[in-house]
Design a protein around this ligand. Structure first.
Ligand SMILES: [Zn+2]
Length: 50
């Protein structure tokens, strides 16, 4: 079973949070750098791409 890394992040400049690619997330509002608050590995139940 493959897994997927999802980053939970927070942008202090915009006071928003979101999720994005685990490797290099960016703010959907300002496009700037974000502070990753959690980076869980979740099971990927879709077809294996790895
Ligand atoms: Zn932002």
């Amino acid at each position: 079973m493959s897994i997927r890394i999802v980053a939970h992040w927070f942008c202090a400049a915009c006071d928003v949070e979101g999720r994005g690619p685990g490797s290099d997330p960016s703010c959907w509002n300002c496009g700037g750098a974000v502070t990753v608050t959690a980076r869980p590995a979740v099971p990927d139940h879709r077809s294996e791409e790895a």
